[in-house]
Design a protein around this ligand. Structure first.
Ligand SMILES: [Fe+2]
Ligand SMILES: [Fe+2]
Length: 274
């Protein structure tokens, strides 16, 4: 297999362009009183999760991994900023729903603990799991909501998380160029995704129940995205030729449930092989 070089400067430019987006303003004109209180509680847990992540920036700057450079560290910084933007958008959603922000939660603490425990490679793997969870959960929630600003804000988050998924899989692919490394990745990835799925199903069971989202539906979508992420890491051909197509395929799973959501075009910054 040819070694792959990712153009991190293009990822940096990609995140830089997106960092110029204005934060949406609070809109109190829409009435969300018919929505269950559990939705705001559930989003508050995600809001807390989107607020952290600063330690990875220093780790990326100091890393001795050959396949990354200062552009990668800068892109990581902009990525973390984008996650903080998500936290602000979710805070707006929660306020619109009449809910409260939280400072502590056991799943967020577990996630932070896992991230801090690991080096850069495993930390990115945990972040990738968070992207899969975020894409699926925001997507399923948005699909259950009537046309509204809340729905379009959640769809925006889904679009951002899809780009993050590619960003992290680009990095992990450069770190799994040998067969044994790919085996280690697949084992660690499947275990992490299983743990993440169980934790989220338990912690968000109130909102899932109140929005009539069955566990089987959530798990099916997670599985399709987890497989997609796995393919993007372990299969260079899939990654270089059909990134957007693969994402569309995954999004298309359970088409009825995503009806009414508009996804922005995502143009992958690209990777090259030498
Ligand atoms: Fe996010
Ligand atoms: Fe993300």
């Amino acid at each position: 297999m040819q070694a792959e070089i990712v153009n991190w400067a293009r990822w940096q430019q990609f995140f830089k362009r997106r960092s110029e987006r204005q934060l949406p303003e609070l809109d109190t004109s829409e009435d969300y009183s018919a929505l269950p209180a559990s939705l705001a509680k559930s989003l508050a847990i995600f809001q807390l999760g989107e607020s952290g992540g600063g330690t990875i920036i220093e780790q990326a700057r100091q890393s001795l991994i050959d396949d990354i450079d200062s552009n990668y560290a800068n892109a990581i910084q902009l990525f973390v900023d984008e996650e903080h933007r998500h936290a602000e958008i979710l805070a707006i959603c929660i306020r619109n729903l009449g809910g409260n922000l939280i400072r502590r939660n056991w799943t967020s603490s577990l996630f932070v603990f896992a991230r801090r425990l690991f080096g850069l490679r495993l930390k990115v793997l945990v972040l990738l799991a968070a992207e899969v969870v975020g894409i699926c959960y925001y997507h399923l929630l948005a699909a259950r909501l009537p046309p509204s600003r809340l729905k379009s804000l959640l769809a925006q988050l889904v679009n951002d998380e899809r780009a993050h998924l590619h960003f992290h899989t680009d990095f992990l692919r450069t770190q799994t160029q040998s067969a044994w490394r790919r085996v280690v990745f697949v084992c660690a990835w499947r275990m992490t995704m299983l743990a993440a799925a169980l934790v989220v199903l338990i912690d968000h069971r109130g909102a899932l129940r109140d929005l009539h989202l069955r566990n089987a539906t959530v798990l099916r979508r997670w599985r399709s995205y987890a497989r997609l992420a796995e393919r993007l890491v372990t299969d260079s051909k899939s990654a270089s030729h059909s990134k957007s197509k693969l994402l569309e395929d995954a999004v298309a799973v359970g088409t009825n449930s995503v009806h009414g959501l508009n996804f922005l075009e995502f143009e992958h910054p690209g990777a090259s092989a030498t």
